[in-house]
Design a protein around this ligand. Structure first.
Ligand code: BTN
Length: 256
C-alpha cells in the first residue's frame, strides 16, 4: 500500500487555547502574517467577534466549540477544491464519536455544514489570504453547537446536547484534533481526492432532491445530482443541463 507524505501526522499539529478572543480565524491569519508555518489549532472558550459565512455574525457563548486550524500551502492550488470536503468528513467523524451509537441522522450538507435530522449543528468557514514568499494561508474555522444554538437563523438549527451528547468543548476538540489529522493525511495534499469524494458522498444529505442554491448574485433551483470528482456540486436544471457549482448556500425543499 502506498504511504502518504506524513506531513499531516498527529504529532505535527500544535494547539493554543484562549479563554476569550475576537475570532479564532482572525488569530490564525494574524499568526500566518507573522510567519507561522501552519498546522496550528487555535481554540477559544468564547469569541467576541465570531463570524460566519456571507458576513454573518457567529454568536459564540461559552459551552460550544470554537476552533480554527491554520494551514499554509496545504496542497497545489489545483487540488485544494476538495479541502472543504475533507474538513466536513473530519468534523462529521468527531461529532459521531460523541453521539449515542446508531444515529444515522448525522449528515453533511454540501459542501461542509453538519446536520442532525436536517438541522445545522456545525458551521465551517474557510478563509484564505496570501502571506510572505508567495505562500497562501488558510484558516479553517469550525463552530459546533453543543449547548447553544442561535434563536433565529435562515435554516433549521440544533445542538448536540439535544441529541444525547452533553460533552465539553475540550472533549469534542480532542476527537476533532485526531480526526482532522487522520483525514488530512488520507487526503494527502490532494492526491487522495478520489477517496475523499467517495467518502463524502456516503455522508451527504439530499442527493436526488430538489434544492435551491443561493449564489452571490442570484438563486437557482434544480435537482441535487451529487458532486463531481473534484467536489463541485452538480445541479440538474431539468433541461438536459447539469451545472457544476463551486460555491453557494444550499437549501432543501424538504426540511424534515
Ligand atoms: C457558517 O456561517 O456556517 C460558518 C460559521 C463558522 C464559525 C466558526 S467558530 C470558529 C471560527 N472563528 C470564526 O470567527 N468563525 C469560525
Amino acid at each position: 500500500m502506498a504511504r502518504n507524505s506524513g506531513r499531516f501526522s498527529l504529532e505535527a499539529f500544535r494547539h493554543v487555547a484562549f479563554n476569550d478572543i475576537g475570532s479564532t480565524n482572525s488569530e490564525c491569519l494574524a499568526r500566518a502574517r507573522a510567519g507561522d508555518s501552519g498546522l496550528l489549532w487555535v481554540t477559544a472558550a468564547r469569541q467576541t467577534a465570531g463570524r460566519g459565512r456571507r458576513g454573518r455574525a457567529w454568536t459564540s457563548e461559552p459551552g460550544n466549540l470554537y476552533a480554527s486550524l491554520l494551514l499554509v500551502d496545504p496542497a497545489p492550488i489545483a487540488l485544494t477544491a476538495s479541502l472543504p470536503l475533507v474538513v466536513a468528513i473530519a468534523v462529521h467523524e468527531a461529532i459521531r464519536a460523541v453521539l449515542p451509537p446508531g444515529d444515522d441522522a448525522l449528515q453533511v450538507k454540501w459542501p461542509n455544514d453538519i446536520l442532525i435530522n436536517r438541522r445545522k449543528t456545525c458551521g465551517i468557514l474557510l478563509e484564505g489570504e496570501p502571506v510572505a514568499d508567495g505562500k497562501r494561508a488558510l484558516a479553517i474555522g469550525i463552530g459546533i453547537n453543543i449547548r447553544h444554538m442561535p434563536d433565529s437563523a435562515p435554516y433549521g438549527v440544533t445542538r448536540l446536547v439535544d441529541h444525547g451528547a452533553a460533552v465539553s468543548p475540550d472533549e469534542l476538540f480532542a476527537h476533532l484534533f485526531k480526526s482532522m489529522a487522520v483525514t488530512l493525511e488520507s487526503w494527502d495534499e490532494g492526491r487522495g481526492t478520489v477517496e475523499i469524494v467517495s467518502r463524502w458522498r456516503k455522508l451527504a444529505c439530499g442527493i436526488g432532491e430538489r434544492i435551491t442554491v443561493n449564489l452571490p448574485d442570484r438563486s437557482i433551483e434544480g435537482i441535487f445530482a451529487g458532486i463531481d470528482d473534484n467536489g463541485l456540486l452538480l445541479l440538474d436544471r431539468g433541461d438536459g443541463q447539469v451545472m457544476p457549482i463551486a460555491a453557494g448556500d444550499v437549501f432543501f425543499a424538504r426540511t424534515e
